[in-house]
Design a protein around this ligand. Sequence first.
Ligand code: CP
Ligand code: NVA
Length: 309
Amino acid sequence: MKDLLRIADLTPDALVHLLDRAGHFQRHPHDSGELLRGRTVLLYFAKPSTRTRLSAETAVVRLGGTPLTVGPAELQLGRGETIADTAHVVSSYTAAVVIRTFDDEEVRSFAHAAHVPVINALTDGHHPLQALADLMTLREVFGDLRGRKIAYVGAATNVTHSLMEAAALAGLSMAVATPAGYAPDPAVEAMARKLSTGGELVLTDDPREAVHGADAVYTDVWLSMGDPPEEKAARVAALAPYRVTAGLMAAARPGAIFLHCLPAHRGEEVTAEVIDGPASQVFRQAANRLPTAQAVLEALLTRGLAGAL
Ligand code: CP
Ligand code: NVA
């Protein structure tokens, strides 16, 4: 367990360990401040990022290291050098690599050829760092997660997939409401069912069924960074009934919170009334990206995820 490429790479105990350490870093931001002293971490971002890039860079600095952030145009990778050669070379200089790219296979290939830990900073299929911050947020609000339920409503995305795997490991129940054609990847669904530690997983096309009894209602953008822009109009038409509105929130459990990975599009997947209203915990989620990134780096740079237990 050298890398964190998806939440399914974790055991339930490793997940709890990371969340505990994230809580520790929230209280003691500069603990382990020598871990990366004199070392660098490469952050390679082939897609834009506000939260992931800046929280990971800050996490590296808090652990005593220096982040080196580059895009495709700055590496020879952009001119055809192979992923394997790049990963091999980069491993000679850096303590870890954080990658945001498109196809999951690119990150798997990079991790396979790298001698240092590789962290998935979002691919088309997964967003594990986001799911850790999401669970940290749920723990802060609700305490014990077992027996709680989260509803995801909208188009299934990388964020949905990581949340499904995280919910399974944490013993949370989850309902996912999507229109036909926008359901989660069946392979991820199968993985989440395999990982389950007691919670229920329900896939439906009915948003009201999904939010019934939910402690948290989650949505993500309708067009992700890896999706073809020309799909936008068809997606807006198919997904309009899945917008998170005050009416939909009222069908969840009293006191239910609203979550969103951000960036958000007010008036599309969520109304301004909901995301800017009292149930919204989106900025707490965003803030939790920093201590969770610190926890992941610490675990991978010390004894790996298995050794973190
Ligand atoms: N939630 C998230 O990953 O945001 P960024 O794309 O800004 O990193
Ligand atoms: N599903 C979105 C998440 C952004 C953080 C995307 O991939 O664009």
